[in-house]
Design a protein around this ligand. Structure first.
Ligand SMILES: Nc1nc2c(ncn2[C@@H]2O[C@H](COP(=O)(O)OP(=O)(O)OP(=O)(O)O)[C@@H](O)[C@H]2O)c(=O)[nH]1
Ligand SMILES: [Zn+2]
Length: 347
């Protein structure tokens, strides 16, 4: 069963519209990837949902990507992305995996009780900055916390421009402070550790009008409906919400820029260190250490900066190694194939 939905409610924005030529505007159909399975994408146009088997001719796409289809619903091209979350492939493989594209706002969910942890929020901020997504820190369980203002203040001290809201995720009225990020045309996602209230918040934001844009329902031979995925939802306020296990478990991968942007204050101080290659670990004339001595920079923050930088460097090194290995392997296959061709010719 397919219902009609406007492109705006699918998350379409001028950023994508302006990538279309006049011909494309008249002759092609715009579609969004609303589910990504092992062997197929599910794409949604204004009119219908359809399956798109993954073939080598398709570029690697992510949930949330926009593409153009021809009159027969065949893939023509993918539009440039506004943002992209990726991660290291799980298991032994060290490649990258795309998680979600074209997210506008990331709700970094953190509860105001046991889970409250500034370093974890910094880690999530680095991910948001790397993906080029606007972060909003959403503090849940305010009803269980006596010092909401102090905790908010502590987060605000990370960055005076950071957007911070506190809610009781179980209470719809209290969650209304989040609605300004949930307007039509916007795409949201959530990140946060287990138990902080992500599912609760999603249920409250979706209200009773839960609709899955990612599910593809079909009548089987007996007239029953089957549903294959639930990763993208329409919110009653008009926004699109992406919620996948991959997003929830996102980790740092090669995100030097994201970490730098998150710790812009430290990067700025580092410009004033006496030595250009200062490691901020006790060198003379270190502006970073001086800021710590003056009480202007928390030692915890510097320690977390070092930790996240090391972690992302380790991950990006292994990605680079993997790419080099892939290249080597490609060369080896080529040379084996050409040897075998020579061999056949010689016979
Ligand atoms: N009092 C109160 N309880 C909350 C709030 N938000 C969530 N909870 C409760 O906290 C528990 C965990 O919430 P979930 O929504 O399941 O947490 P989650 O982040 O989705 O957890 P995972 O699914 O493990 O990632 C549930 O019992 C919720 O009812 C809140 O703002 N106030
Ligand atoms: Zn220094």
């Amino acid at each position: 069963m397919n219902s009609i939905i406007s492109l705006n409610l699918l998350g379409w924005q001028p950023f994508f519209q302006q990538q279309l030529t006049l011909d494309e505007f008249e002759q092609t159909t715009v579609a969004r990837v609303v589910a990504h399975h092992r062997s197929e994408y599910v794409v949604r146009t204004e009119q219908a949902l359809s399956r798109m088997p993954i073939t080598p001719s398709l570029p690697p796409m992510a949930l949330g990507d926009w593409l153009l289809l021809d009159g027969d619903n065949r893939f023509l091209r993918q539009l440039d992305r506004k943002s992209l979350f990726k991660r290291k492939s799980p298991g032994s493989k060290l490649g990258e995996q795309f998680i979600a594209a074209n997210v506008d706002t990331l709700f970094i969910v953190c509860s105001l009780n046991q889970d409250f942890n500034l370093s974890r929020i910094e880690r999530y901020l680095a991910l948001a900055h790397e993906a080029e997504v606007e972060p909003v820190v959403v503090l849940t369980k305010q009803d269980l916390c006596d010092d909401v203002d102090e905790k908010r203040q502590a987060i605000q001290s990370l960055d005076p421009l950071l957007l911070v809201e506190s809610v009781n995720a179980l209470d719809r009225t209290s969650c209304e402070v989040l609605l300004s990020w949930c307007r039509p045309g916007r795409t949201l996602s959530l990140l946060g550790s287990s138990g902080v209230g992500k599912s609760t918040l999603i249920n409250t934001l979706l209200g009773n009008e839960i609709q899955d844009t990612g599910s593809i329902r079909e009548d089987d031979s007996k007239g029953r409906h089957t549903t294959t995925s639930r990763s993208m939802h329409f919110m009653p306020s008009g926004a699109v919400l992406i919620d996948t296990p991959g997003m929830r478990e996102l980790q740092l991968t090669a995100c030097e820029q994201g970490v730098s942007l998150t710790f812009a204050d430290i990067d700025e101080l580092a410009q004033r260190c006496r030595f250009g290659d200062c490691q901020h670990t006790g060198e003379p004339g270190c502006a970073v250490q001086q800021a710590i001595d003056r009480g202007e920079l928390a030692p915890r923050r510097l320690a977390n900066y070092f930790k996240l930088m090391r972690e992302q460097a380790r991950n990006s090194a292994s990605l680079a190694e993997q790419r080099a290995k892939d290249k080597e392997f490609g060369k080896m296959v080529k040379s084996v194939m050409s040897e075998s061709r020579h061999f056949k010719k010689g016979l």
